[in-house]
Design a protein around this ligand. Structure first.
Ligand code: ADP
Ligand code: 5GP
Length: 204
């Protein structure tokens, strides 16, 4: 492998044609709302993660996640089929490699909605990735937004998500190139779009 161009792979695919965007932030901060608009307005490719957690109310197989068994996930790990993975709230989450690399080679903007542990693994493999952490305007807003999502989670799941949120927010300034506060959704979407377009502009 060429060490100066780690994005050119053994199979000859030039991943540097695309733009890899890591979007992280605590549960309920608005990542999905922002991603939805990046898909619509920029034609971004959304990487559908694999997870062993059960499907929540309103979630769709193949759109929100690929909901798989622990055995299937572990087989993916053995086959090096995941770019990164993490265990969150006792369940595995991971990013399938094939679709991401294909979309990058096709020159697309590729969105990874992943946690801090996953982001750090991706940054090591793809140093050109743009990393953006979404923050809530006030910590209390997270609790309200988690409730608004109405995924049917119980009190202990809600509490776990809030605890992870404060750990993750501490990492925001350490590991992420950009931080965006999602107070007004439209403004946050525009800031994220400006960051991505700025990166693309720098490369051309
Ligand atoms: P995440 O994907 O980070 O868990 P979601 O995008 O599902 O978060 O948003 C959680 C809830 O908060 C949703 O009900 C969404 O409509 C709402 N929401 C998102 N952004 C804002 C905002 N800026 N102000 C108020 N509510 C918001
Ligand atoms: P949720 O269960 O709320 O959908 O997601 C829980 C956490 O897992 C969130 O922080 C989310 O960003 C993260 N996550 C979702 N998919 C992946 C993935 O493929 N890899 C990693 N590392 N984290 C993920």
């Amino acid at each position: 492998m060429n060490s100066r161009r780690p994005e050119i792979r053994r199979d000859g695919k030039d991943l540097s044609k695309g733009t890899l965007v890591i979007l992280s932030g605590p549960s309920g901060v608005g990542k999905s709302s922002i991603s939805r608009e990046l898909i619509r307005r920029l034609g971004a490719f959304f990487s559908v993660s694999m997870t062993t957690r059960p499907r929540g109310a309103g979630e769709e197989e193949g759109r929100d996640y690929r909901f798989v068994s622990r055995e299937e996930f572990e087989e993916g790990l053995r086959n090096d089929a995941l770019i990164e993975h993490a265990e969150v709230f006792g369940h595995y989450y991971g990013t399938p490699r094939g679709p991401v690399e294909e979309a990058l080679a096709a020159g697309r903007i590729v969105l990874l909605e992943i946690d801090v542990q996953g982001a750090r693994q991706v940054q090591k493999q793809y140093p050109q990735a743009v990393s953006i952490f979404i923050l809530p305007p006030r910590p209390k807003d997270l609790a309200d937004r988690i409730d608004q999502r109405q995924r049917g989670e119980d009190e202990s799941q809600r509490k776990k998500r809030l605890e992870k949120a404060s750990d993750e927010m501490a990492a925001a300034f350490q590991y992420y190139e950009y931080q965006v506060v999602n107070d007004d959704l439209e403004q946050a979407i525009r800031e994220v779009i400006d960051i991505i377009q700025g990166k693309i502009g720098d490369r051309i």
